[in-house]
Design a binder for this molecule. Structure first.
Ligand SMILES: Cc1cc2nc3c(=O)[nH]c(=O)nc-3n(C[C@H](O)[C@H](O)[C@H](O)COP(=O)(O)O)c2cc1C
Length: 212
């Protein structure tokens, strides 16, 4: 992790991020580096550390061709990006809870009693939640992961575009995932910018804050 960081300037990473829709189609990010970007983004927080985010990395011409009919008006990103990252929320992420918490104990990051208490709560609570709640939790976790991934990408010298414009009802099935388990969250294109994104405006803090 953090072997390919080109930009460590926090203000530049955050302030300079723009949605980039046109990339250098000849530039390929290696799978090794994409895996590193995914690992770094996975340092995001998540509900009970269940890490519900899952990513389908579409970086082959065949994969891009499969994705093409599902991306609506986002064809330029699909055609020119180094990869399209399809972010899903795993509604059964609690199935990894024992692995996660046992590893924390093995690595000396958590006392065994804390693990036992946490696991008892998770395993008696998560499976009983409604489908709607499971999807909501998975989408919140995955959105935090997605944001972190976009900033990590900038630190690696790349740009991104988050996209909700896609055929959500077909995404999991098209890429051989169980559509009952994996909820589509967003697509993120990633690559070397060919055309810079434009600067956009934000509402002021007083418009979006309620002080009590
Ligand atoms: C959830 C979400 C969905 C979006 N969907 C699309 C999309 O389908 N296509 C697109 O070109 N941009 C999409 N965007 C990008 C927004 O238009 C962009 O983030 C916004 O205009 C602010 O610009 P900036 O990202 O350059 O700061 C999406 C952004 C978010 C967060």
């Amino acid at each position: 992790m953090f072997n390919h960081i080109l930009n460590n300037d926090f203000v530049d990473i955050v302030k300079g991020r723009r949605s980039v829709r046109h990339y250098d189609e000849n530039f390929k990010i290696s799978r090794e580096e994409l895996s590193e970007i995914i690992s770094e983004a996975s340092l995001a927080p998540s509900s009970a550390n269940m890490q519900s985010w899952r990513v389908v990395v579409v970086d082959t011409p065949e994969g891009k061709e499969k994705l093409k009919p599902l991306v609506r008006f986002n064809t330029l990103q699909n055609d020119t990006s180094s990869a399209m990252l399809l972010i899903f929320g795993d509604t059964d992420s609690y199935l990894y809870s024992e692995e996660i918490y046992n590893t924390a104990v093995e690595q000396g990051k958590m006392p065994a009693e804390v693990r036992d208490n946490q696991l008892e709560t998770i395993l008696s609570f998560f499976p009983t939640l409604s489908k709607e709640m499971k999807v909501e939790i998975a989408k919140i976790d995955s959105s935090l992961f997605a944001m972190q991934l976009m900033l990590v990408a900038r630190a690696h010298g790349y740009d991104t575009n988050p996209m909700a414009g896609f055929e959500a009802d077909q995404l999991a099935r098209t890429f051989d995932l169980d559509e009952e388990r994996y909820a589509p969250v967003m697509m993120i294109s990633i690559g070397k910018a060919k055309v810079e994104g434009y600067e956009s405006v934000r509402l002021s803090a007083d418009k979006i804050s309620f002080w009590r």
